[in-house]
Design a protein around this ligand. Structure first.
Ligand code: U2F
Length: 451
């Protein structure tokens, strides 16, 4: 498909929200390094906003063969963000696949190279048809964990077992590895509403289309969830665990707020790290409860805070805690979780955070908000034994103190540290030169080079 020369042109289609495009770009960076000897051009398609934050600050990307192209965001003229993260997603989905098709045409015209392979965020299921028409392989990259992937692929089976809006505590024994998973832990859109808006419809379509992909790759490692990985291998043509991407292609570190020097001043295993990913700030009442719990427990803490900390935190909190607390708008999370002074991670259980907590060897206190996060919490608690949810599923002062104490100073907390340490070792092993993720990555490179 690459025309008269041997040069290949790989098109990469990103989902421009949450932490989706960044791990996809990390994977592509790694593929581009692996293909250095080859003549491969990577065109990376995302919205102007997403490309702006991914490419602008990363100088080293300018030298490699990854070229960003902007696709239309689908936002109507004069659109104002109301704070509801679902709105821009809905507009974007309405603009697909036309926005991608137009941008791809531009890239083909500019490079003079037909597309030889499509790599996309797994969400973008319409790539199946595009790849079929172009007669090129389709590599779908799932940026979350294996269990949420299986839940979407097996959503019809789950609907049969539990029924739409069925009993929320019913478990899913008949799905291997899911015996502790309850209906209420599943991502919304599978058995709980709304089922008919564009996001759940997209996930449903995705679950049914992914078996067509040449490869489904995932930012995880086989040893983390072997039973579920086996089932996924039976569902797809090729299923490749190629992560954790933070070990195999670590992103550059930036620490403008001096978090790492601050951590260096603290004792081993003494600091609580708090972060809810790229989009979420918990409701105000919970932010206040969490702050009160931190004051009550008195441990040093580092809080990556989305939003206006001065306004949202309790009055005087920043002043009262300044000798032992640090609140920043963004932190080098990966490095923080690797730092020996951090002893517990208060998290929303986004997949990237979950796997970074594991590779850092840090036990977790969980407060999931949406999507795959409740499912991740349930696995963290019941399958891996590396963390605990806040009782009542919301931050209250007392229950947050209890959860923190459980991790920091109970026998159970000690076991959590041992368990997460064991999973950390397996992650590093998978990423070694003869490890499972490295082997799987080589298989992925072969598919990219196939055409
Ligand atoms: C969506 O992800 P989120 O952005 O909500 O959350 P994560 O998957 O946990 O990713 C957050 C990333 O941002 C980084 C952090 C993670 O790599 O290291 N980060 C940081 O570097 N500094 C900060 O101060 C704060 C965060 C979605 F909401 C989840 O449910 C999905 O699991 C996820 C993947 O599909 O996408």
């Amino acid at each position: 498909a690459a025309g008269s020369t041997q040069r290949r042109h790989v098109a990469v289609l990103a989902f421009p929200f949450g932490t989706h495009a960044a791990p996809l770009l990390d994977l592509v960076r790694r593929l581009s390094e692996a293909a250095l000897e080859e003549e491969v051009t990577f065109s990376f398609f995302s919205t102007a906003q997403s490309n702006g934050s991914l490419f602008m600050e990363k100088d080293e990307l300018r030298d490699c063969k990854i070229v960003p192209y902007n696709v239309e965001s689908g936002l109507p003229e004069g659109f104002r963000f109301t704070g509801n993260p679902r709105e821009p997603v809905e507009h974007f989905l309405k603009a697909t696949p036309g926005n991608f098709v137009r941008a791809l045409e531009k890239a083909v015209a500019k490079t003079g190279l037909e597309i030889s392979c499509l790599i996309t965020d797994a969400f973008l299921w319409f790539a199946a048809e595009m790849a079929e028409e172009m007669r090129v392989p389709w590599i779908a990259y799932w940026t979350a964990g294996p269990r949420s992937l299986l839940a979407h692929v097996d959503s019809d089976i789950i609907r049969e077992i539990i029924g739409v809006n069925g009993p929320e505590n019913q478990t899913l024994e008949s799905i291997p590895g899911f015996s502790s998973i309850r209906a209420k832990d599943l991502p919304e859109g599978i058995i709980s509403g709304p089922l008919d808006s564009s996001f759940p419809r997209m996930l449903d379509k995705m679950g049914k289309t992914l078996p067509k992909a040449t490869v489904v790759a995932i930012n995880s490692y086989e040893e983390l969830d072997p039973i579920v990985v086996e089932t996924l291998k039976s569902r797809f043509r090729k299923f490749l665990d190629v992560g954790p991407s933070t070990l195999t292609s670590p992103p550059p570190v930036s620490d403008p707020h001096g978090c790492l020097p601050w951590l260096n001043e603290h004792e081993n295993a003494s600091v609580i790290y708090i972060s809810f990913g790229s989009m979420i700030t918990p409701p105000r009442a919970e932010v206040i409860a969490l702050a009160e719990a931190l004051e009550a427990i008195g441990f040093p803490f580092l809080w990556s805070f989305r939003g206006n900390a001065e306004e949202q935190l309790p009055k005087g909190f920043l002043e009262r805690t300044k000798s032992y607390g640090k609140v920043v708008p963004w932190a080098p999370q990966l490095k923080i979780l690797e730092h020996s002074s951090v002893c517990v991670f208060v998290t929303h259980c986004g997949w990237n955070s979950t796997i970074e907590g594991i590779t850092g060897g840090v036990p977790m206190v969980c407060r999931p908000v949406f999507a795959d996060q409740a499912l991740n919490q349930r696995i963290i608690e019941t399958a891996w034994g590396i963390g605990v949810g806040v009782k009542g599923e919301k931050f209250t002062k007392d229950e947050t103190v209890n959860a923190l104490k459980q991790v920091l100073s109970s026998e159970e907390g000690k076991r959590m540290r041992e368990n997460v340490g064991a999973l950390k070792k397996l992650a590093f092993k998978a990423a070694e030169s003869n490890g499972s993720s490295t082997k799987n990555f080589k298989a992925l490179v072969e598919v990219v080079n196939m055409t």
